[in-house]
Design a protein around this ligand. Structure first.
Ligand SMILES: [Zn+2]
Length: 223
């Protein structure tokens, strides 16, 4: 068995904080959860939503999958992991916000860029990321001669828009958005710089929401 000591030490540290220093929060959470937002993020280990947004337990209802994708609303006998998480967050927990959090250097989007239309990458991955095939096709049509990494960055952002569009195919999402009870957000995190952009529906652009990290210059008298 692989050495999991690091993880066991981790939960012991967590227990000390959660049931010790934060005992009040721990006892509140036993009664239930009231997260403000559903966050749909990628499985990528570098973009853990609760860590990135510095959220405590109970603050975010999180759904993670390859490339943070939302399929369109389809009601049939298949297993619908994404749709059931969405239904629970929206209809039971009544979150007021849904955030689709995409990111740079996404392996899922790289698989989408590499796959042909039949979605041949892997047993499951190719078919899954093909949800965003229209994003890839748009990027390839609009910037056919751009370097591959630029196309991938553009596709990562376009795929967020596909997920936002697909969210609106769920009748109970559409209804709540129309009534002003639910707000949809498309965010894009740059793992190289820490910069966070958001999709502005008015301009149709991903604009800066939180600037990239800059080290403060040392004070003049310290030089
Ligand atoms: Zn990813």
């Amino acid at each position: 068995m692989a050495d999991v000591t690091k993880f066991l030490n981790g939960i012991e540290n967590f227990q000390q904080r959660h049931f010790g220093e934060n005992a009040e929060l721990a006892s509140t959470l036993v009664d239930g959860q009231q997260p403000q937002a559903l966050l749909i993020g990628c499985c990528d280990s570098r973009v853990d939503p609760a860590v990135l947004l510095n959220c405590d337990l109970g603050e975010l209802f999180i759904l993670r999958n390859i490339a943070n994708l939302v399929p369109p609303y389809i009601y049939n006998d298949d297993y619908h992991g994404v749709s059931s998480s969405l239904e629970y967050a929206v209809c039971r927990l009544e979150v007021t916000d849904i955030i689709v959090l995409g990111h740079s250097e996404c392996g899922g989007i790289a698989a989408l860029m590499e796959a042909d239309d039949s979605g041949d990458s892997g047993e499951f991955i190719g078919k899954w990321v093909n949800i965003a095939a229209a994003a890839r096709d748009k990027v390839l049509a609009e910037m056919p001669d751009a370097p591959r990494d630029k196309q991938a960055r553009a596709c990562e952002r376009e795929a967020i828009l596909i997920s936002l569009k697909n969210l609106m195919t769920f009748p109970w999402v559409k209804e709540r958005v129309a009534k002003g009870q639910l707000c949809l957000h498309g965010w894009y995190y740059n793992i190289k710089t820490g910069q966070l952009r958001y999709y502005n529906q008015l301009t149709g652009e991903f604009e800066i929401l939180v600037r990239r990290y800059e080290k403060s210059p040392p004070p003049a008298d310290a030089v």
